[in-house]
Design a protein around this ligand. Structure first.
Ligand code: IDP
Ligand code: MG
Length: 147
């Protein structure tokens, strides 16, 4: 079973959208195997977004990522990395497919509500910034037999 790293960005929390967004993961049959409510530190934001250092939006991105608590999780399910990228939609909410989280609730590129790893290698790097392996809890989700 594949895994991916997701966090609901600080504006998801401030806009009261945590439940609405989490519902979409649950109804798709994905399993949350770790979860943490946490305000990202600057050092964690720099680690997570190292590929964007030097770009014009880097400063505002650091500021936004650390602007308040966010909801971090590790999600498990079949073809999870691609599936979750599909569920969240394109980075630019204007280009996101209708029905995706970013299309349904987001407006700006920077404040696009949610993050998900873009490949398995990114997952391996990203989850370790926020979780240890001891944070991962294995249990059975019955719906997965019917996906
Ligand atoms: P992703 O979140 O869809 O993987 P990335 O290209 O990895 O998109 O960018 C990381 C985050 O940086 C985006 O989610 C968005 O918040 C911000 N970002 C990316 N490109 C831009 C841009 O052109 N303008 C403003 N913010 C951007
Ligand atoms: Mg990315």
């Amino acid at each position: 079973m594949d895994r991916t790293f997701v966090f609901f960005k600080p504006n998801s929390v401030r806009r009261g959208l945590m439940g609405e967004i989490l519902k979409r993961f649950e109804q798709r049959g994905l399993k949350i195997i770790a979860m943490k409510f946490h305000k990202m530190t600057l050092s964690q934001a720099q680690d997570l977004y190292q590929e964007h250092k030097g770009k014009s939006f880097y400063g505002p991105l650091m500021e936004f990522a650390t602007s308040g608590p966010a909801l971090f999780m590790i999600v498990e399910g079949p073809r999870c990395v691609e599936l979750v990228r599909h569920i969240i939609g394109n980075t630019d909410p204007l280009k996101a497919d209708p029905g995706s989280i970013r299309a349904d609730f987001a407006v700006s590129v920077t404040k696009n509500l949610i993050h998900a790893s873009d490949c398995m290698e990114s997952f391996q790097r990203e989850y370790k910034i926020f979780f240890t392996d001891e944070d991962i809890i294995d249990y059975k989700l019955d719906v997965q037999n019917d996906l």
